[in-house]
Ligand binder design. Structure first.
Ligand code: SF4
Length: 73
């Protein structure tokens, strides 16, 4: 699993729990956004975690979020 304190993760403001995102620092964040509905997420929304190309070899929490979030089309 990706740790929030990983330099790559903290650089992208990654949180394992999207509801804990600092909204003041991440104005782009909107409630309801999470890895599970991000276009880059490689797992299934029903999984607890899945791959993300930004964190090769690791898994992100389905309920997580980072500043590279892109809504799944
Ligand atoms: S790019 Fe998407 S799937 Fe990857 S960590 Fe960020 S929000 Fe989650």
């Amino acid at each position: 699993m990706v740790s929030e304190t990983d330099p790559a993760a903290s650089g992208l403001a990654y949180k394992a729990d999207a509801t804990k995102v600092d909204k003041a620092k991440n104005p782009k964040y909107a409630a309801g956004q999470n890895c599970g509905n991000c276009a880059l997420f490689q797992g299934k929304a029903s999984d607890k975690a899945g791959g993300c190309p930004l964190f090769a070899g690791k898994q992100v929490a389905t309920a997580g979020w980072c500043s590279a979030y892109a809504k799944k089309g």
